[in-house]
Design a protein. Structure first.
Length: 397
């Protein structure tokens, strides 16, 4: 049809070359040549031969041209990003080589969207917390210098050789950072909001308070004993017996716990399946400190230790070496909040609803459905066990 309308075969094949790999062009040109006039056939075959001579292509699909992005046409801006993520599928937050981490995914997306040029670590980057493998977060905060549409404003930096004034288009409306990143981030990692910050802002050192939550079922534990033991952590103490030591660092172990509460998620009852949450707040925490404290609380709750064991372990003179005990699981732990002063968060409500709220509603629906199924199966199994136990004959004396 195209040939019939007077468009040369070589033009059509040239367009095909733009959209297909070399082999596809050769194959298509050969097929079309069979239905063309001698002149058109010669033209098509010549194009096919030129493609053959071009040598093997490194592409297996459509050819894509890389667009050179000119960062000099934009200013930079130091911003803070607040992240929420489910850490169950990741090997922690901090970026590591050859391992999937939350921070590693964030770095990939910052470069993919041309928000950061080159190494992210060189873009005045910092993180508030370094969560372990499997740990989730509702309020992880990072700060980084990113590309900006503005010519001036809080956090805006004019790079050397910047030609932003020459750029056409809007220079008064900031880039929609939240929407840009949420379009490319994995669904279990979302940007909640962002804020412009000063050049000396550090997500790590500017944080005033961090809050963690740990979720657990009641089981056969004594909650009141656990609450007594938890209250002993409040205040400034040497927590070297409640953390994992980093042999490569000579760290200080004194930390201040501001709050430690254990509360039911709903109306308190005696069901072993009833869920509780432990909430602990402090200015900073040691490596694995929260999981170690929870492990001791579980020993107290199961009456394997008395609440006074916390006093003993906090007294470095009496307990100079860390006792042997296993850490609590990482799965129920969440970095719940990070507090900063004079940080004004901005949120795209439409992006928040579509790309954050709805996604977490879907996750909740799936998880609560699984929980209901397993709970019903447990009820049935327990009923079956009790029935069989009551109907079995009593053992002979």
């Amino acid at each position: 049809q195209v040939i019939g309308e007077g468009v040369g075969l070589h033009v059509m094949c040239t367009r095909l070359w733009r959209g297909y790999c070399r082999k596809a062009v050769v194959r298509r040109a050969t097929v079309l040549a069979m239905a063309c006039s001698d002149a058109e056939r010669d033209s098509a075959m010549e194009l096919g031969r030129s493609c053959e001579v071009a040598g093997p292509s490194s592409l297996s699909g459509p050819v894509k041209r890389k667009r050179n992005f000119d960062f000099s046409m934009f200013t930079k801006r130091h911003i803070a990003l607040k992240l929420v993520y489910l850490g169950w599928s990741y090997h922690g937050f901090a970026a590591q080589s050859n391992t999937e981490t939350v921070e590693g995914k964030l770095f990939e997306c910052l470069k993919q969207t041309r928000l950061v040029e080159g190494d992210v670590w060189k873009a005045n980057y910092s993180r508030c917390g370094r969560t372990d493998k499997g740990v989730s977060a509702l309020s992880q905060v990072v700060s980084v210098c990113v590309r900006s549409n503005l010519l001036q404003g809080e956090g805006v930096v004019v790079r050397e050789g910047c030609r932003a004034q020459e750029r056409s288009g809007d220079k008064t409306t900031e880039l929609p950072y939240m929407r840009i990143l949420n379009q490319v981030l994995p669904q279990d990692i979302r940007v909640l909001c962002w804020a412009p910050v000063s050049a000396d802002f550090s997500a790590r050192y500017s944080c005033l308070q961090r809050t963690y939550k740990y979720f657990f079922p009641l089981g056969a534990m004594d909650i009141e004993l656990m609450r007594v033991a938890a209250s002993k952590f409040i205040g400034e103490h040497d927590f070297r017996n409640f953390c994992k030591w980093d042999v490569h660092k000579k760290g200080k172990f004194v930390r201040s716990v501001i709050r430690f509460e254990i509360t039911p998620l709903s109306r308190e009852d005696a069901s072993p399946y009833h869920m509780y949450e432990a909430t602990v707040s402090g200015s900073a925490f040691l490596w694995h400190q929260v999981r170690c404290m929870m492990a001791i609380l579980f020993l107290v709750g199961n009456r394997l230790e008395q609440p006074e064991v916390v006093d003993y372990m906090l007294d470095i003179e009496k307990c100079s070496r860390k006792p042997q005990y296993g850490m609590a699981s990482e799965l129920p732990l969440i970095l719940f909040d990070c507090s900063f002063e004079d940080v004004h968060w901005q949120r795209d409500d439409d992006s928040f609803e579509r790309r954050v709220l709805r996604l977490f509603q879907e996750v909740w629906t799936e998880q609560v459905t699984r929980t209901a199924m397993v709970r019903r199966m447990l009820d049935s199994l327990e009923l079956s066990y009790l029935s069989s136990s009551s109907s079995s004959p009593s053992p002979s004396p």
